[in-house]
Design a protein around this ligand. Sequence first.
Ligand SMILES: [Zn+2]
Length: 70
Amino acid sequence: MVTLLHLLDRWAFDELDRRAREQGWEVRRPAPLMRVYRNSNLGLCKHCLGEGFTRRGICHGCLGSGRGRP
Ligand SMILES: [Zn+2]
């Protein structure tokens, strides 16, 4: 059964998901209307070790993503 939420999810994300997969990015769908895109070519951020935060707040090296160039 196709729900309205499912239709909205597809309308909002199908094109973005397609572009992300074309570039080799990982696409996760943790919940309807939510996506996590990850470039698998990036490793853990060396400033925050993947946490996304430091003692001073959001990591300025990765802008909170926890990912960075190895
Ligand atoms: Zn970081």
